[in-house]
Structures are given as C-alpha cells and as structure tokens.
Design a binder for this molecule. Sequence first.
Ligand code: PAF
Length: 288
Amino acid sequence: VQVIDTVAAWRKALDVERAHDRVVGLVPTMGALHRGHASLIAHAADDCDVVAVTVFVNPLQFGPAEDLAAYPRTLEADLDLAAEHGASLVFAPAVEEMYPRPIATSVSVSGIASRWEGASRPGHFDGVATVVTKLLAQAGACRAYFGEKDYQQLCVIRRLVADLDLPVTVVGCPTVREADGLALSSRNAYLTPDERVLAPGLHRALVAGAAVLGAGGSPDHCRQAMAAVLTGSDPLDVIYAEPVEPDTLEPLAAALLPGASARLLVAARLGRTRLIDNLGVTRACAAG
Ligand code: PAF
C-alpha cells in the first residue's frame, strides 16, 4: 500500500488513476481500523478499480470535553488492514497539512445536523462536514463509502454532497455487528466486562421498536417497546431512543403505511462510554 501525506501528492495520485479510466473508491476514516472499516474497504474494492483510504483524526469534530489526545492512533496496523482488504493508496496527513492555518471556513448542514447527536455534541457535525468536504474536494470524482453505523453522519454527508454539487457518489454500507448484536465501534474497547454484557441492549431495543413499526404500530408504542428493553438495564443512561423519518431525521409522526420506511436511532451512556446505534425498518406491503 502506498502511503501519501501531502494534499498535492494525494490529488496527483488519484488524478493518475482517473486518467487511466479507473474508478476511485474513497474510504474516509479516523484510523484505529476494525472489521467495520474492513467491510467498507471490501465494499469499495468490489465496486471500484482502486481503493483509497484516508486516515486522519480530525480535531474539528471533537468537543472540548472529548479527549482528542486519547483517540487511538494505530497507523501501522491500519495500513496492514487496509492492504489486506483491497486498498492500494492511503492518505495519512499531519494536522498541519490539513489545517495549515486556523480555519476560517466551516461547512454547516442545517436541520438534519441539529438534532440527536448534533444536540448532544454541539459543533460535532460542523467539524465532520468541514473535514469531509475537504477530503472530498482533495480526492475529486469518486465513490465514497461511509458506514450506516453513524447514520446521522451519513445523512449529513449525503446532504452536503448534494447541496455543494460535489462529484461524488456516496455509498452507505450496512453496520457490522458482533454475534450478540453490538455494533462494532472503536469505543467498544472502553467498555468494562460488565458494561460489555449490557451494551447489546441498544440493538435489542432497536429490534423491539422495529417490530412494532413493522407491524403498523404507532411511534409511541415503538418508543415504549424500546424503553421497556433499555430501562431494564440500570447502568444504561439513555440519551435518546426515537423512531424518525429516514431522510430528514424528523421524529416520526404517525404509524408507517404499508411499504413506508423509518429509522430507529438510539444513544446511551454506559459508564464513561457513549454508544450509538440505529436500525432501518420498512412496513411490508399487504400480500396479494
Ligand atoms: O466516521 C468517521 O470516521 C469520521 O467522522 C470521518 C467521516 C472520517 C470524518 O472525520
């Protein structure tokens, strides 16, 4: 795998690929790659001629109370994992390369970024939107792969790409889970053994809520079904557990009509770890 650390060399490398009519698959990450990232890289390798991974821990998306310095940095292992799953180019710039001067421009996606994670983590999505806009502008025309695990982030990115006419096709990839349902996340490493036992409760709550909506139940019944699972686990401090419209992320106002879809979002604190998860649901069309 070729490692590049300047914007100019990265642009040139991807331009060369496109000049040979090769479709570029871009996988933006903050490193500390796990099986979830491996699946994004593998999806990109299936669809594209060349897979380019970015590894950059973006200071702009960390709040003052969030520990940027403690974020895991494992570049050597990341390079091995990226190569193993089909990447041939990795962009790993220093902070000074990405932000050579205090940044005066910020990308802010109104509406969709203000709720849920946006409400709990002020400024977070501006930081994500700004760095993703830079990464996509640096990469040029490509297919860009993001996990559905961060569903609100995926919606924010889809919106900024559409609004700013970026020459990018955004591809959302399914969440990778442990056998007991826990969504893979770098943050799972912070869970104590006791917390790890409780963590799959988030997924169980989503499944219970989805069953209600899938059967034509109301948003209130869906909320109750999720709460019944989550309140059973005492140390789980629920931040939100909500059925929402799948594109706008507005709270779902009514039961699903046959064929209609919703997304269930959940966030909870477990000890010092903040976990999020989500699940899509579509109400089946009546048979016949
Ligand atoms: O999902 C992530 O790893 C980050 O938020 C992203 C999209 C790479 C931006 O820093």
